[in-house]
Design a protein around this ligand. Structure first.
Ligand code: 6GU
Length: 246
């Protein structure tokens, strides 16, 4: 069972996706569990404030330390093994290898910046002790918002993840993408795959070949003849030639 605890101010932006389609199926089959922590509940003062203006000036508001530390510590109090992921445009770019490592429960790496900033966390974390597999990995995804977060929050973070070279308003969409790409690799979620097959996935050098279903001729666009031939050798060859391989 893989578990994700999502710390967010916008649960309603995330939850419908996790209650649909394959994510819902993974939960129903007991293969994945999703939990939410409302960051607002850890906010300060009568307004449960979670952000403040940056020292040194500048635009916007930053997530402040106290609510975030208290929220993460409330989850870790129940499960010390939980690893913290922060979606951030300055993180390590997410890819299929990372998704696979998370699905396999690896704690073998952390982003360099988080490593540098987290000497305390390093002692009880996986870094320095080599690859570590967990049969029941638990990931806490901290969804930042506003213009950013207090840098000291990174001392609690194991993995900084970016989706690519562009900027989003918050961590909710990245959280969903991380979860979806990891959970679909859990054996039994999609269908009959084995973990060995999961291991064979790579960074997109085995992109899929073109596929077709009925009808054979749609508005003059025909299905390639070889796929109708029943010749499995020729079909395999065609698919190999037309797969996304470089
Ligand atoms: Cl993970 N977060 C935000 N806010 N923007 C991004 C991103 C993440 N990845 C690409 N852009």
């Amino acid at each position: 069972m893989i578990k994700f605890t999502i710390i967010t101010l916008f649960r309603e932006a995330i939850e419908p996706y996790l209650q649909s389609s394959m994510m819902e199926k993974a939960v129903r089959k007991g293969l994945a569990e999703f939990d939410f922590v409302n960051l607002r509940e850890f906010g300060l003062g009568p307004h449960r404030s979670v952000d403040d203006t940056p020292y040194g000036g500048g635009d916007g508001m930053l997530l402040r330390c106290e609510p975030v530390f208290n929220a993460i510590e409330s989850v870790k109090a129940k499960d010390l093994s939980a690893k913290v992921i922060i979606p951030t445009p300055v993180g390590e770019i997410w890819n299929q290898s990372l998704a696979r490592e998370f699905a396999l429960g690896f704690g073998a790496f952390r982003s360099a910046a988080a490593r540098d900033l987290a000497p305390a966390a390093r002692g009880d974390g996986p870094a320095g002790r080599g690859p570590e597999l967990s049969a029941n990995p638990h990931y806490i995804i901290l969804c930042p918002h506003y213009e950013g977060y207090d840098e000291r929050i990174l001392s609690l973070v194991d993995y900084k993840v970016s989706l690519g070279k562009y900027v989003l308003t918050g961590g909710e969409l990245p959280a969903l993408i991380i979860i979806d790409s990891v959970v679909r690799l859990i054996p039994g979620v999609l269908g009959g795959e084995t973990s060995a097959e999961i291991e064979s996935f790579s960074d997109g050098d085995n992109l899929e070949y073109p596929q077709y279903t009925r009808p054979e001729d749609f508005r003059g666009m025909k299905v390639p003849e070889v796929l109708l031939s029943g010749n499995h050798g020729e079909i395999a060859k065609w698919r190999e030639e037309h797969s996304g391989k470089a």
